[in-house]
Structures are given as C-alpha cells and as structure tokens.
Design a protein around this ligand. Structure first.
Ligand code: FAD
Length: 371
C-alpha cells in the first residue's frame, strides 16, 4: 500500500528528490511538499542578484511547478512544529499534515536580534535570499534621494559578497563612491587562509569600501551602528550577515538536535530516534562530523537523501552519506572578479568569477524548470 512522503522546504538538498517525484508517485506513494513560496532562490547567486548581475527569475527554481507537474501536492506555508509521536507536521496557518516518512530541508536563518534592531528602519538579514530583492529596491530608492551610508554587519564570506554586490548596485546607479562599511568583528574573513583574506580585503579597499576590525557591533541606534568600544557610526541602511543558524523548527518540536540546534542525523541522513525523519542542508547537524553551512554539502547529500527516502517507503536498504573531501568555493566580489579556493589553490580575478558563473548557471539549468 502507498505511503505518504512529506518534504519540508524545497531547498538545495531536495533538488534531486523534487526532480524525481514521479518515481515516488509511480510506486503508489503520495507526496506533499511544504514551502513558504512557489519558488526556491539559489543562495550562491543571491549577492549577484542584489548587484544586478542576475534577474530574480534567473536565480530561482520553480518548486511548485516541479511538484505539481509530477502528480504531487504543493502546500504554500511554513512548517511550525513536527510531532514525531502522531507523525504530523503542524503549519503556521494552523493546518496539519500527516506523514509516514518526512524529510526536512528547511535551511537556516541569520540571527538579527540586537538591541535597537526593532527601531532601525532599513535592516535586512542576508537570508532568506528572496529578501535581497526588497533590499535592492529599497537601496535604490534611498540612494536616488541622497548620498547614503551602508553598513554590513558581519565579517565572513556573505558579508564580503553582499558588500561587493551592494557596491556594484550603487555604483551602477550613479553613485561614484558609495559609502559602505563592513563591521567585521574581531577579524575580517578570519576563518579563511591568509591569502584569501588579503585578496578579499584589497578588493573592497580598492573600491573605497571600509572594513572595520577589532570591535563588535553592540547595538543599533536610530540611524547608527554602535560598537562595543562606544564608537558610533552613522548608517542609513544595514545588512545583517552575522552567520547562519539552522531553522528553529527542531528545537521548537523537541526533536533531537546538535549543539547548533540542527536536526541530529546519522550517516543515513535520518534521525536515529525517529528513523522516518530525514534531513539535509543547513538545517541538520550531521552527527559523524560537523559540516560547514555551505550549499556544497546540501548538493552532495542529494543522491543519498533521494535514495533513502524511496528506500524507506519501499522497505529497501539505505545508503550512507559521506561528506567527501575539501570543496571548491568561489566568492563573487561584485565587480566582475572572484576569489577561488580549493585545497592549496587560490586564484582571484575575472576567470574565478567566470567559473563561478558557469557552475551556478549550469546548476540552475539542471533543476530550475522555468518556462
Ligand atoms: C549571501 C549568501 C551567499 C552564499 N553563497 C554560497 C555559495 O556561493 N556557495 C555555497 O556553497 N554556499 C553559499 N551560501 C551558503 C548557503 O546559503 C547555504 O549553505 C545553503 O542555502 C543551504 O541550502 P539549504 O537548502 O539547506 O537551505 P536554504 O537555501 O535556506 O533553503 C531552505 C528552503 O526551505 C524553505 N523553508 C524554510 N523554513 C521553512 C519551513 N518552516 N517550512 C517549509 N519550508 C521552509 C525556504 O523557503 C527555502 O526554500 C551562501 C549564503 C549566503 C547567506
């Protein structure tokens, strides 16, 4: 008899499962996908979309179309809680969806609670990626009337890409020298190898983007950023790029989680206490070894997650996920150049961006499913 598979989120770890839903429905299983938008936006191209290098339609996957086109159901909404005892997903709108097998790819969020944050008008976290569309419109609106000061709070790769993308946006809108400051905390790109750090720093500095190190942002004033040293910097618009945390769905549901609050899964990508609950991407804590919150791992999990979901429904053998070795990362600096890093190899310049653009567009073509 057919069973009910429910997918929470149509993120990067579910791409292959979403593209293969017909295999599930053909075996008599019912499939329901829950997502807050008919589209899923590709984070790797988000800063490029902010910059105006890509149109929003170029960086999104048509999740609803993919799901419904294969005889499965798409429910527009957000999962709020999972009850593993009754095997039910509770939605924010009060609805409930029962499951036999559940897979979670609900991603991560940028914490942006900080004293003063509620009174600061133009504050945008860098996730969800679709919010960058609104940020782009608002930045252009503000910059049309006056010279604005832009703050980027955070000192990692997303702060780098967002600062570079915002510079490109404002530069192309006619602001000769946009006033952008990156409030990088202790050390800008401090977790990356020194040659990457230096290249990133120089790329921003060449364009007049200031990077402040050695202090943390303590609070936001009405139109300012206040550091723990007491120094106050005027800011009209702020991006929060403070690092990401797994969706709160699992702690809110009382499910087993890792130290970061991600759903605790083993090498089969399921929760040992509730083996019918699977997960992938930023929202999991992979028990065998903590994984960086990068899309690369979500993408690598695709084949195993897809196989194991069908195998669980069919009563077949599961496959193990192995995270693999070092991964290629390329940062889009917003000026047509990039920084590439893989093992000891570090390259910067136009070819690095061209390669990122090629890889990202190829990934989009494979799963995008737009008309
Ligand atoms: C600015 C920026 C740039 C980045 N660039 C790169 C890069 O170039 N390369 C790289 O490898 N990594 C990059 N990352 C990291 C990358 O964002 C994540 O690792 C990646 O998005 C993880 O994919 P995911 O599918 O787990 O989560 P997400 O991409 O967050 O997808 C989760 C999906 O679940 C949906 N969802 C969320 N909550 C719920 C809910 N309660 N119910 C139902 N659905 C829900 C969301 O709408 C979304 O569609 C970047 C991150 C940022 C912030």
């Amino acid at each position: 008899m057919g069973k009910h598979l429910v997918l929470i989120g149509g993120g990067h770890a579910h791409m292959m499962t979403l593209a293969s839903l017909r295999r599930f429905t053909a075996k008599g299983h019912e499939v329901t996908v829950i997502g807050p938008s008919p589209y899923h936006y590709y984070s790797g191209m988000g800063p490029g979309m902010l910059a105006g290098m890509y149109r929003p339609e170029e960086i999104r996957f048509a999740t609803r179309r993919v799901v419904e086109g294969q005889g499965a159901a798409f429910v527009l909404g957000k999962a709020e809680r999972i009850d593993p005892l009754t095997k039910t997903v509770h939605l924010e709108n009060g609805g409930t969806i029962p499951y036999d097998v559940l897979s979670c790819n609900a991603g991560s969020f940028v914490p942006h609670s900080m004293p003063g944050a509620e009174t600061f008008r133009d504050l945008f976290p860098v996730k969800p990626i679709e919010k960058l569309m609104a940020a782009r419109h608002r930045l252009l609106e503000l910059a049309a009337g006056k010279a604005i000061r832009l703050a980027v709070i955070g000192g990692g790769p997303s702060a780098l890409e967002i600062a570079g993308g915002a510079w490109r946006l404002l530069h192309d809108a006619g602001m000769a020298a946009p006033a952008i400051t990156v409030f990088a905390g202790k050390r800008f790109m401090g977790r990356l190898p020194e040659p990457v750090r230096i290249r990133a720093y120089h790329s921003l500095a060449r364009r007049g983007i200031e990077v402040l190190e050695g202090a943390y942002v303590r609070e936001l004033g009405k139109g300012s950023v206040v550091l723990d040293t007491g120094a106050e910097h005027p800011a009209d618009f702020t991006f929060m790029a403070l690092g990401i945390q797994p969706s709160p769905l699992f702690t809110d549901s009382g499910l087993p989680v890792g130290p970061d609050g991600g759903l605790l899964v083993n090498e089969y990508l399921h929760c040992p206490k509730h083996p019918e609950i699977f997960g992938g991407g930023d929202c999991i804590h992979f028990a065998p070894q903590p994984l960086d919150k990068v899309g690369v791992y979500a993408v690598r999990q695709n084949p195993m997650l897809c196989h194991n979901l069908l195998a669980t429904l069919q009563g077949d053998k599961l496959r193990r996920f192995s995270p693999g070795g070092d991964y290629l990362l390329i940062y889009n600096l917003g000026d047509g150049t990039g920084i590439l890093r893989k093992r000891g190899l570090i390259l910067s310049g136009r070819p690095a961006f061209w390669l990122k653009d090629y890889i990202d567009r190829r990934f989009m073509r494979r799963f995008q499913a737009l008309e």
